[in-house]
Design a binder for this molecule. Structure first.
Ligand code: ADP
Ligand code: MG
Length: 698
């Protein structure tokens, strides 16, 4: 029998294949590029291209593509076949090092936020050897970065790679200060837990809102929702189990370590978590995972919804970003470690994260800002839009002890000696679980929970890598100048804790009182919507940090802000137009038809039995007629609000109009429609209800 081990990674040009198919010296120089970021020469590229092509053709591939991630948020690919004509009329399969390294897709239709004039339509894709090539269908996919003719990054991968390089540089400086001469490379890793909904294709096809916008724009609360909490970790239904089995097979073939799967809290909601890997590979793999989830779902007559809030009143979907940094020799720098010496180093990295999250709260919020995720943050299933850190009681006590120069007061058996530079040792497993914190320390990694389910994880990890790099840079600058390292280190930790402890919060992040405490007393930022936070990408401190570390240019940042805001405006405008259309063409006519039939039946009844009051019918007729009148007015108001967007001077103003006019008008219009749904006889209702959809999969 074929086991998983036999086909795991069979569609990936991974280390095993490289080792087997490349000459020793080519393999060695490629590994140097992958592991240490060394430049690659054309001779090596040619040899790799030849081996890659032969391998892919043996696996049935006919085409290759430079696979990249433009700012649309999805992946892009343009296929070229390997064929090249031979003089005798036959073809040979060819693929050169040049073709491997560089591509020139026409970039004019990808968003550039003003970075590229249309006459300079050329864009370049450049091979990213740190993420393995793979085969999808009959195409060899080569992960690439994408930039404009002028060299500006037009994608998510370029700044991500830059942020990883910066982190490596500054983290190594810190390690050297601790006497570590061995580590050659430091990289950030992430394990993204992916949530999603599965519904039947049949239900999906009947809902224009799902088809056009990915979420339901109407729908009354079903009689049974998630109240019983009976879905979480519940028995997986056969159709879902078959889907998961297929999904795992597809992911495993692509070398994606799909590890954990279970039902989530909401009915029809599920989760998949892969084993963590570098932020770069994890980003590519997560994009692929989302694509494959949708493809596999289709094969099973299902649709996989990746939207952050497909159903109102039901938990939305997020993507928990489990993040850590480690050395090439396997030391996790966020692991408290066994010896006090490691403890101190850990505390320094911990403080770097605390400082980073406090100083760049806004960047973390911005990284997860989309129209979809705005519905989820601050609802009862997701962290609020205010960023804070959960450390757990023990670590908080340790930090307090350092800050106040007092002995660490653990219990007798927990208590640690103060043997190195008055810094405490403590137990390794230091945290309990807190599910409500946006940024929780979970033993040897941080779990950032604000990311939306459909988002690329690139932006989050760019900002996280960047902000922590900045802390490490400042720390290294200070410590490298110190005469007495231990003392300087202690002073630095103490000061950092004092300055940034406001960001630490161990309580219930869903609590309103806490939101007030955070924003009113601690001065933490609360950007509720994308329109609120996105303009702050260009705040001076953010531009300064991101440009000085070489992660973005100022132009790239401005273009990203504009693209993200445009995306927000377009998404909501499509939703608003879909709503108007659904009310006018489907909902109002259905309710009117039901009301007319009721009136007709009532009048017949009265003819036969003049003595009857027909209170039920008449009341219903009145209520429904009033509701359709309200629908008419509110549809007109929404239409006005959408028209008003034309007056905005720029995209920042347009986004504000979306937030202040369009979204509230949508919310209002929904109310009479959902009310009418509860009063209208089912056969008249033009779409499946929440109950129908959420319990559709058998
Ligand atoms: P839970 O839902 O209990 O938080 P899961 O098992 O669903 O846990 O997901 C945890 C994720 O964290 C997995 O993707 C796992 O690979 C990842 N992870 C574990 N250790 C680390 C680490 N040191 N750095 C980054 N990610 C990690
Ligand atoms: Mg999980």
């Amino acid at each position: 029998m074929r086991t998983v081990a036999d086909y795991f990674g069979s569609l990936v040009f991974d280390d095993r294949v490289m080792r087997a198919r490349l000459s020793a010296d080519v393999y060695k120089s490629l590994r140097k590029t992958i592991d240490e970021g060394k430049a690659l020469d054309l001779r090596v590229a040619n040899a790799v291209a030849e081996a890659m092509k032969n391998w892919a053709v043996e696996k049935g591939a006919t085409h290759y593509t430079h696979w990249f991630q433009p700012l649309t948020g999805v992946t892009a690919e343009k296929h070229d076949s390997f064929i090249s004509p031979s003089p005798d009329g036959s073809v040979i399969m060819e693929f050169s090092g040049k073709e491997l390294i560089k591509g020139e897709p026409d970039a004019s239709s990808f968003p550039s936020g003003g970075l590229r004039a249309t006459f300079e339509a050329r864009g370049y894709t450049a091979w990213d050897p740190t993420s393995y090539a793979f085969i999808k269908g009959k195409t060899l996919c080569i992960p690439t970065a994408f930039c404009s003719y002028g060299g500006h990054a037009l994608d998510k991968k370029t700044p991500l790679l830059r942020s990883m390089e910066a982190l490596n540089r500054e983290a190594l400086r810190i390690l050297r200060l601790f006497g570590n001469k061995k580590a050659k490379h430091v990289s950030a890793s992430v394990g993204p837990e992916q949530e999603y909904f599965l519904i039947t294709k049949e239900m999906y096809d009947k809902r224009p809102d799902l088809r056009f916008t990915g979420r339901t724009l109407f729908g009354a609360k079903p009689p049974k929702g998630q109240e019983m909490d009976d879905h979480y970790f519940g028995v997986i239904k056969p159709t879902v189990a078959a889907f998961m089995e297929d999904l795992n097979d597809e992911l495993w073939k692509l070398g994606i370590l799909s590890k954990t799967e279970h039902n989530e809290v909401a009915p029809a909601q599920h989760e998949m978590a892969p084993i963590y890997t570098t932020t770069n590979a994890a980003t590519d793999q997560n994009q692929l995972t989302m694509e494959i989830m949708q493809r596999v779902a289709a094969k099973h007559g299902l649709v996989c919804l990746l939207h952050e809030k497909p159903f109102e009143g039901v938990n939305g979907s997020g993507k928990h970003n489990n993040w850590s940094i480690s050395t090439d020799d396997g030391q996790n720098l966020l692991s408290p470690g066994d010896t006090p010496y490691e403890n101190v180093q850990f505390l320094l990295f911990l403080c770097a994260v605390i400082k980073a999250v406090d100083e760049y709260q806004d960047l973390l919020r911005i990284a997860v800002a989309t129209a979809g995720n705005d519905h989820r943050l601050g609802a009862n299933e997701a962290p609020p839009a205010v960023v804070s850190i959960f450390l757990g009681d023990e670590l908080e006590e340790v930090l307090k002890a350092i800050e106040t120069d007092s002995p660490y007061a653990g219990t007798e058996q927990e208590r640690m000696e103060w043997d190195v530079a008055v810094l405490p040792k403590f137990r390794k497993d230091t945290t309990d679980r807190n599910r409500t914190s946006p940024f929780a320390f979970t033993g040897n990694k941080f779990e950032f929970r604000m990311l939306g389910s459909s988002n690329s994880i690139a932006c989050t990890n760019i900002m996280l890598n960047a902000a922590v790099t900045e802390s490490l840079r400042v720390f290294a600058d200070e410590l490298e100048q110190a005469d007495n390292f231990d003392e300087a280190l202690h002073a630095l930790l103490k000061r950092t804790i004092k300055e940034h402890k406001r960001i630490i919060f161990n309580g219930n992040g869903y609590d309103d009182a806490w939101i007030r405490e955070m924003t009113e007393n601690r001065g933490l930022l609360n950007y509720r919507t994308t329109a609120d936070c996105m303009p702050h990408l260009m705040d001076e401190k953010n531009v300064k940090m991101l440009t000085s570390l070489g992660i973005f240019t100022e132009d790239e940042l401005r273009s990203r802000r504009d693209i993200m805001l445009e995306n927000y405006c377009k998404t909501v405008t499509i939703e608003a137009n879909t709503m108007i259309n659904m009310v006018r063409k489907r909902i109002a006519p259905a309710v009117i038809r039901f009301t007319a039939d009721l009136a007709h039946q009532m009048s017949e009844k009265r003819t036969l039995f003049p003595q009857l009051a027909c209170a039920c019918e008449s009341e219903l007729i009145v209520t429904l007629s009033e509701l359709t009148d309200v629908m008419k007015d509110l549809t007109a108001s929404l239409e006005e609000a959408v028209k008003g967007l034309g007056d905005a001077a720029d995209v920042i103003e347009e986004a504000a109009l979306i937030r202040d006019r369009v979204l509230p008008a949508m919310e209002e219009l929904r109310i009479p429609c959902d009310k009418a749904e509860t009063l209208t006889e089912k056969s008249y209702w033009p779409f499946p209800t929440y109950g129908d959809i959420l319990f559709s999969v058998k």
